[in-house]
Every structure is written in structure tokens, then in C-alpha cells.
Design a protein around this ligand. Structure first.
Ligand SMILES: Cc1ncc(COP(=O)(O)O)c(C=O)c1O
Length: 409
């Protein structure tokens, strides 16, 4: 585990004059706080002794049933016995890694992949090997080649970690056919799939593509209420084949005794008494406006030679900068120009991503996003001017990549 060299810059990035397109915080300002407060108050008054007590290591039975209803919206048919509650899907990731990975094992991941997952895998001394992809996600041929190369070298692959919906950070969604193809390759080669899907219901254009777990019950599936409700409760879940689920509960008990009981009951109450699906629709409308503002601002302002993804859901756009620009070196100049972003290198374990940046449209309102993208475009243009004049950008001292911890969500 290591502290990021750019953490100090992110502290600066939180200053109000800076437009931060860096953080992946959900915008939860519009939640019905009055309703939530009165339902939680009622819950404490009627059931306080239970909701503030220790609970089951697997999680409370009622919320596990409700989670099965939530997953059904993405085509998953599951039994509550196969669900384990975790403290956010981040803890689910940690426990899955803990039970599967020994030092030196390999975890396969998309190119790029979620910085918080890379940090977890590395903390168990697993090696993260990225599988090349295209604008439909993981390339099945590249997956085959990577597995063959690793196996020929005697390496032990523990699983493929994938975010098929609106990948963090790339914003890419794997279409249905690609999911089936990737699952087919994994089944043929005996590779376990871990599907991480915290953003699935936040589709912005059409209904979500069914989850990989909907066709293959051997897939380990991670879900979360962080993006569709609120991250502060720290409630996520893992759906896993029975034998894996049993081990996960043992790992959960040794980690925390039980996942947060009060939060589970609070979310259960929210699902029972509030129009949570209506709230998700409201979130989708709000994020759609912000996504559209960002895409239009990019089209209006970015210099030639820049490209970016067009997410159909989630929070993120992945920008590829013109040849010669190093996003990590550019970050201090971005902060100087009052805009923050996450350099692409944070989302790779192997030094790729120098020309990339992740821009988030989830948190600032549309008018701020437009200002932020204008500033970002100006910074890129300045880098290009310097490149034009001197042929190479004056190096900035950056001892290490913006690894896990730079901006974890
Ligand atoms: C892809 C992905 N997985 C997992 C998480 C962790 O979310 P949480 O622990 O809040 O459920 C995040 C958070 O940003 C994420 O983007």
C-alpha cells in the first residue's frame, strides 16, 4: 500500500474556486431527507434494540431478500442465502481478494480499471495484469492471448475483475454479445469472473444491459447502494456461489464480526417506504443533463487530436490527449488553471495511461462542468503550444504515478 504523490494536489483541488472533475462522488443533494429522517426515527422508536445490536455475519435476512428484487432489475435471479452484505462493495472486493489471492497470484483486469480495486489487489500482493480492450470492453482474443502467455510462464490466474457497465474510469459498457463472448472464453479457460456493478441502474439512455451474472451463476457479483442511494451508509453486497459465500462470511466475521446493522435496517426501511425506483429515475435525469453538458463542452472546446468516450451511464468520461502530452505532468498546471481531473496512470498497475485523464460529471452542476471543461481545454492547448515551440514539455517532478489513493472513487 502506498500513499499517492498527488494526494496533496487533490487537497488543493477541493478549494471552491477549483472545478473538480476529479472526484467520483454521487450527487445526493436531491434525496428526500425529510422522509428518510422520519422513517429512520420511526425505525429506532419501534425497533431500536434490534437495529443497534450486533447482527448476522452474512447480513440481515430482510435486506438480502430486497437485494434480490433490486438485482432482478438487471436480469439476475438469485436466492437471499447466496447474498452476503458488505461495508460497501469495496469491502466485498477486499474479502473476495482475501479468500482467493495469495502473494504472486494474478488478477486480470480491464485496461483501464477501477483504482480502488487495483489498490485492493496490490494490497494482497497479487499482480494486476490488464487485458486490452476496445470500445465494447474486454477484447476476447486479447483475453485468450493474455491467459495463454501467463499460463505458459507458470503464473496462477485467480480471476478476471470486470466492470461491464459504464466502467470506472473509461465509461465503456460491454454490449450483451460481448459479455456472452467474454463469459464463454472464461468458462472455456477455467477463469472465474468477478463482476463489479455499482452503477448498473444509472443507465442514461436506454435500459441497462443484463448483468453477466444473469447468464452464469458461477460469476461472483458485487453490488452497492452507494450510487443509487447514498455511500455514507456503507452497504454493498456480494452474490456468490454457495461454497464461496460460506468462505466470504467467515472472512467477514473475522474482519468486522458483522456488516453495519443500523445501515442495513435504514436502507431496508428506505426500500420499503420510499419511491426508490422513482429516485433512481430522478438521478438518471440529473446525471444525463450533466453528461450531455460535458460531452458538448468537450466537442466545443477540445483541440484536435483529443478523443473521448461517450458513456451511456455512470459518472465518467475517459479522455485521450494529443500525442506528447503527459496528463500526470499536466495536473499541477490544471490545478493552477482551477480545474482538477484524475491522470489516467492511476487506473493502471503497469504504467499505461500517461495520455489519459478521467473526467467526472457526477458532482458539479452543468454550468460548472462547462467552465471546468473550458479550463481543461485551455490547459491542453497550452501544453500543445509548449510542445510546438520546444518539441518536448519541460518535465515536472513526479516521483510516482497517481496510484490508488489519489482519488479512490
Ligand atoms: C467500480 C467501483 N467499484 C466499487 C466501488 C466502491 O463503492 P462502494 O464501496 O461505495 O460500494 C466504486 C466506487 O467508486 C467503484 O467505482
Amino acid at each position: 500500500m502506498k500513499v499517492s504523490a498527488v494526494r496533496a494536489l487533490f487537497a488543493v483541488a477541493n478549494r471552491p474556486e477549483i472545478v473538480s472533475l476529479a472526484g467520483g462522488m454521487p450527487n445526493i443533494h436531491d434525496l428526500p431527507l425529510g422522509d428518510i429522517a422520519s422513517n429512520v426515527a420511526e425505525m429506532i422508536l419501534t425497533n431500536g434494540a434490534k437495529v443497534m445490536q450486533y447482527g448476522s455475519g452474512q447480513g440481515e435476512p430482510r435486506i438480502r431478500e430486497q437485494i434480490c428484487d433490486v438485482m432482478a432489475l438487471e436480469g439476475i435471479s438469485a436466492h437471499p442465502d447466496d447474498v452476503m452484505i458488505s461495508a460497501g462493495s469495496q469491502q466485498g472486493l477486499d474479502l473476495v481478494t482475501r479468500i482467493f489471492c495469495d502473494p504472486g497470484d494474478v488478477v486480470l483486469a480491464e485496461s483501464p480499471s477501477y483504482v480502488g480495486a487495483i489498490g485492493t489487489f496490490l494490497s494482497y500482493q497479487a499482480e494486476v495484469v490488464h487485458v486490452a480492450g476496445d470500445d465494447c470492453g474486454i477484447d476476447p482474443d486479447a483475453l485468450r492471448e493474455t491467459v495463454a502467455r501467463l499460463e505458459a510462464a507458470g503464473r496462477r490466474i485467480k480471476f478476471l475483475y470486470t466492470i461491464p457497465n459504464y466502467n470506472n474510469p473509461s465509461g465503456i459498457t460491454q454490449p450483451w454479445e460481448r459479455r456472452v463472448e467474454v463469459l464463454g472464453v472464461c468458462r472455456e479457460l477455467g477463469i472465474l469472473v468477478v463482476e463489479d456493478n455499482p452503477y448498473g441502474l444509472l443507465s442514461l439512455d436506454a435500459d441497462p444491459v443484463p448483468a453477466m451474472r444473469s447468464v452464469d451463476s458461477d460469476v461472483i457479483y458485487l453490488g452497492s447502494f452507494s450510487k443509487t442511494f447514498a455511500p455514507g451508509f456503507r452497504v454493498g453486497w456480494v452474490l456468490a456461489p454457495h461454497a464461496v459465500r460460506e468462505k466470504l462470511v467467515l472472512a467477514q466475521e473475522s474482519a468486522t464480526l458483522c456488516p453495519p446493522v443500523f445501515s442495513q435496517f435504514a436502507i431496508s426501511t428506505y426500500l420499503e417506504h420510499s419511491d426508490w425506483q422513482g429516485q433512481i429515475d430522478a438521478f438518471r435525469t440529473m446525471y444525463r443533463t450533466r453528461r450531455d453538458a460535458m460531452l458538448k463542452a468537450l466537442a466545443d472546446h477540445m483541440p484536435p487530436g483529443t478523443s473521448w468516450t461517450h458513456p451511456i451511464g455512470g459518472f465518467f468520461v475517459w479522455v485521450t490527449l494529443p500525442e506528447g502530452i503527459d496528463a500526470q505532468a499536466m495536473l499541477p498546471r490544471g490545478v493552477d488553471a482551477r480545474v482538477a481531473f484524475v491522470p489516467g496512470a492511476a487506473f493502471f498497475a503497469d504504467g499505461q495511461g500517461a495520455r489519459n485523464a478521467r473526467l467526472s460529471y457526477c458532482f458539479p452542476p452543468a454550468e460548472r462542468i462547462i467552465i471546468g471543461v473550458e479550463r481543461f481545454a485551455d490547459v491542453v492547448r497550452n501544453e500543445l503550444d509548449v510542445l510546438d515551440i520546444f518539441g518536448v514539455r519541460a518535465p515536472t517532478k513526479h516521483p510516482q504515478a497517481a496510484g490508488p489513493g489519489a482519488e479512490t472513487y
